[in-house]
Design a protein around this ligand. Structure first.
Ligand SMILES: *Cc1c(COP(=O)(O)O)cnc(C)c1O
Length: 424
């Protein structure tokens, strides 16, 4: 499914011309396709159906309430990494009893909030966290439902800043400590070990890391059962890759082929925590060209969208396709390398940082002041990582459904920028 297509030399989101939205709501502007969100979630629901999964959309990928509502209505549950995310899930009208809670630094307040809301389970990342959950569960007179997060020491072959399942990362624990903590849970009336959790990194474009993780999980689940644990859940996290360039992102069914058999062999129901796979390609970030300039032998296109909106290129060296909304040259399949009628361009924002760029030496059609430029695959870790750096109000977010348009976050104003500050 392709929600963003060029018709008559003009970019559309579903049935709505992107330039019309930019004219009406201003730029920079996030534009999401509801049909695509539903389609991606549906793909996962279908591909993994045999493992009776609870699909927990990973809130940190994009936490707008409008997006969470679409997910909830389509039957998704949620993976959270903070009390704030759990608050959002509840505000979206979802049922917290199917929520899983990961993260290495859960505070007492967050643990209490999650226990009071009867979440499905905590993904526990250390002994100190286990002790904290036990203590707070005892205070509340409940049993803390947990999965232990195993660091399986698997190289997911992704960016150094986005690998999480390799020895030396802060996430999870090695198998020796994992087994020690499992033993400790058996002696603790305020804890119940329900499952095993792994999250390997992101984005992962091959099935091999999942296959290795699945194999390890089967072993571990068997050993836990032998000790007397009633293990019901296998949580293999998120990390499914998507197509940022051409068609490099596998279908959900490709991952399912190696994951579903592991869940069945382990005799567990599956939990998955997909974020990027669901929202990544659901959105474009539309920016307007402010100026162009030639300097030092380079052509710079300076747009109003910047690293405070989309930090991925600065933070992870990420590649995003960029193309004009009304191009003079049709967008080719492959936007890397030389393109006839195009010129090597650095696309940058106005922020006072050299890392404020979206693309370097990228072949693009001619652009001039006032033109609109779309940044594709912007739905995941875009708005949710945005900031007000350089005192730039955050952009608006629009959800498109066929030909209907809904503002799911209004553009911030200058007054919003100082609303929480308390000067003398
Ligand atoms: C970030 C994260 C995810 C989601 O990763 P994606 O690559 O967006 O699918 C899932 N689980 C955990 C524990 C995470 O930290």
């Amino acid at each position: 499914m392709q929600p963003f297509v060029y018709r008559n030399d003009e970019l559309y989101c579903e049935d709505v011309p992107v330039s019309r939205l930019a004219a009406e709501y201003g730029t920079p502007l996030w534009i999401y396709s509801k049909a695509f969100l539903r389609h991606q979630l549906g793909q996962i629901q279908q591909a993994f159906a045999a493992a009776e999964p609870v699909i927990c959309y990973s809130v940190k990928a994009n936490s707008n309430l409008g997006i969470l509502q679409v997910m909830h209505e389509a039957g998704s549950s949620f993976d959270v990494v903070s009390g704030g995310e759990l608050y959002r899930v509840k505000a979206a009208g979802a049922d917290p009893t199917k929520v899983v809670f990961a993260g290495v630094g859960k505070t007492d307040e967050e643990i209490r909030f999650a226990l009071e809301n009867r979440i499905l389970m905590f993904d526990v990342e250390s002994e100190a966290e286990l002790d904290a959950i036990s203590r707070i569960a005892a205070e509340l007179g409940v049993v803390g439902p947990i999965a232990l997060r195993l660091n399986p020491d698997i190289d997911a072959k992704t960016h150094a800043k986005t690998t999480t399942g390799k020895k030396g990362n802060k996430f999870g624990m090695d198998i020796e400590r994992f087994q020690e903590l499992a033993d400790k849970v058996l002696r603790d009336p305020h804890l119940e070990l329900l499952g095993i959790h792994m999250h390997l990194g992101s984005p992962i474009l091959t099935t091999e890391p999942y296959e290795l993780a699945g194999r390890k999980a089967v072993e571990v689940v068997q050993s836990l059962r032998a000790k007397g644990h009633n293990i019901r859940w296998l949580n293999l996290g998120g990390g499914f890759g998507i197509s940022y360039r051409q068609n490099e992102g596998p279908a959900a069914s490709v991952y399912a082929e190696v994951i579903v058999p592991a869940a069945r062999e382990a005799g567990c129901r599956l939990v998955l925590e997909p974020g990027r796979f669901v929202v990544g390609n659901s959105a474009v970030l539309v920016s307007r060209v402010v100026f162009t300039k030639r300097e030092g032998g380079k052509l710079f296109v300076i747009q109003d969208g910047a690293m405070n909106d989309l930090i991925r290129p600065a933070m992870y060296d990420s590649f995003h396709r960029l193309w004009p909304v009304r191009p003079q040259v049709a967008m080719p399949e492959n936007v890397e390398g030389e393109i006839p009628g195009c010129e090597k361009t650095d696309v940058v924002g106005p922020i006072c940082e050299s890392s404020d760029y979206f693309a370097k030496d990228r072949c693009l059609p001619p652009l001039k002041r006032g033109d609109l430029l779309a940044t594709f695959s912007a739905g995941a870790y875009g708005m949710s990582m945005s900031s007000n750096y350089n005192s730039r109000p955050r952009a608006a977010e629009i959800l498109v459904d066929g030909s209907s348009v809904k503002v799911i976050r209004r553009r911030e104003t200058y007054a919003d920028l100082v609303a929480h500050e308390l000067p003398e």
